[in-house]
Ligand binder design. Structure first.
Ligand SMILES: Cc1cc2nc3c(=O)[nH]c(=O)nc-3n(C[C@H](O)[C@H](O)[C@H](O)COP(=O)(O)OP(=O)(O)OC[C@H]3O[C@@H](n4cnc5c(N)ncnc54)[C@H](O)[C@@H]3O)c2cc1C
Length: 390
């Protein structure tokens, strides 16, 4: 069986970025994605300067920024409209020479697929396992087909089949809350361009940001609601919008009007899971990348940004070291502490955001009001200014 070079399982953001970076490093790459097609996914994504720096290294920063909208300021509100604090994200962006961009996931995926060109991504290919043999890897798919690779990258997300084979005992943990995400095109400005809103209410957090333009000059908005809920909860058929509205009634505008204007089909509900730091990411010619290695709660909006960093570091090390297995272990030793740190910060950030008790809420709001912006900015800087290619 002829080798496909580097075999990547999973054509999400991490897998696609890894494929682009590895090809630019001169390696042969094949991506195998379980989905039959790339459907437009109704959710947005924040790309912080660390991710934009990675896109710059890939020569894609302009296209990625052009597919979305950048923001300069995060404004935190109490549910009734009182402003609690403002975070001058633009100061940090200027310092780092990179913007912060909100983008529709499917638009970003299209930018990445165009950069890869045809024949690299194989759709409808669900990996079921692999065997290490003769210094390479034989990968098996649900339809019985097999391919051989010099090495295998498991970029297959939270429920990774590659991780399952490497670390069968590992289980993801429920973060205690669920998310609803919606995308809607609006005719007139609902929050100032360049702003991202975060709105804190009893036991819930609502976010709003611009993610570019819709048809006929409309503004494309992304919103999310995060709130504690039992694991595995489901909304009634066609009931996502009502489930969100029931939790934000009476909140400041434009919360309710945005949700009401969002088509039911453009709302997704997803439980938030994360992984404790794994005992290892790989062995021999096999490693993990992105959520399969370090799924984290969403409170720093860094999961995809970290997957993109992974991709760049992996490609750099495979280019620099002709001993593939050694390069993979070096990659893991660089990425494990970094991602564990960001994951821990994300858990900490989430620990005070969803309180329901009025006294705890009062204390949270007071903290947001009195914490000097420089403290919050410094914490953000420690994450987004990290030189992952050093
Ligand atoms: C509500 C919410 C909001 C978020 N907001 C942000 C944000 O603002 N910024 C940010 O940086 N991150 C954010 N994240 C995190 C981000 O979505 C993930 O970290 C990111 O998508 C991980 O990318 P990935 O490529 O590793 O995994 P995924 O995006 O999960 O991609 C994995 C791919 O592998 C495929 N696959 C799975 N199993 C197999 C198999 N057996 N064989 C073949 N293919 C397979 C899947 O179909 C999928 O396409 C958010 C997450 C959530 C839930």
């Amino acid at each position: 069986m002829q080798s496909r070079g580097v075999v990547i399982i999973g054509g999400g953001l991490g897998g696609l970025c890894a494929a682009i970076a590895l090809r630019q490093a001169g390696l042969e790459v094949a991506v195998y994605e379980r989905a039959e097609d790339y459907w437009p996914v109704g959710a947005g994504l924040s790309l912080w300067p660390n991710a934009m720096r990675a896109f710059e290294a890939l020569g894609l920063a302009r296209e990625v920024a052009g597919a979305g909208a950048s923001w300069r300021e995060t404004v935190m509100h109490r549910w009734d409209g009182k402003v609690l604090s403002r975070l001058a994200v633009d100061a940090l962006c200027r310092e780092l020479g990179q913007p912060t961009v909100g983008v529709l996931r499917s638009e970003l995926q299209q930018v990445l697929l165009r950069a890869l060109g045809p024949d690299v991504v194989h759709l409808g290919a669900a990996c079921t396992g692999f065997d290490v043999e003769d210094g390479g890897v034989r990968v098996t798919f649900a339809d019985g087909q097999q391919v051989r690779g010099d090495c295998l990258i498991g970029a297959d997300g939270l429920h990774s089949a590659v991780r399952q084979r490497l670390l069968p005992e590992v289980r993801s943990r429920y973060g205690g809350r669920t998310s609803w995400r919606g995308v809607v095109d609006v005719a007139s400005e609902v929050i100032p361009e360049g702003s991202q809103f975060e709105i804190y209410g009893p036991g819930a957090r609502f976010g709003i940001c611009h993610i570019g333009r819709g048809p006929e000059g409309t503004r494309r908005m992304y919103w999310f609601l995060l709130a504690p809920a039992p694991e595995g909860g489901r909304d009634a058929e066609g009931g996502h919008r009502e489930a969100v509205l029931s939790q934000v009634r009476g909140w400041m505008e434009p919360v309710e009007s945005l949700v009401r204007a969002t088509p039911e089909s453009a709302i997704l509900r997803t439980d938030i899971h994360y992984l404790e730091p794994l005992p290892k990411w790989g062995e021999g010619p096999v490693t993990l990348l992105g959520d399969s290695a370090h799924a984290m709660v969403t409170d720093m909006a860094q999961g995809a940004c970290q997957a993109i960093e992974d991709a760049l570091v992996l490609a750099k090390l495979l280019r620099e070291d002709s001993d593939r297995v050694r390069a993979l272990r070096t990659y893991e030793s660089r990425r494990r502490p970094r991602t564990a740190h960001v994951s821990e910060l994300s858990l900490k950030a989430g620990s005070i955001r969803y309180v329901r008790n009025p006294v705890a809420r009062w204390a949270r709001d007071l903290l947001l009001q009195t914490l000097p912006p420089s403290v919050a900015l410094n914490q953000l800087r420690s994450v987004v200014a990290y030189d992952f290619l050093a």
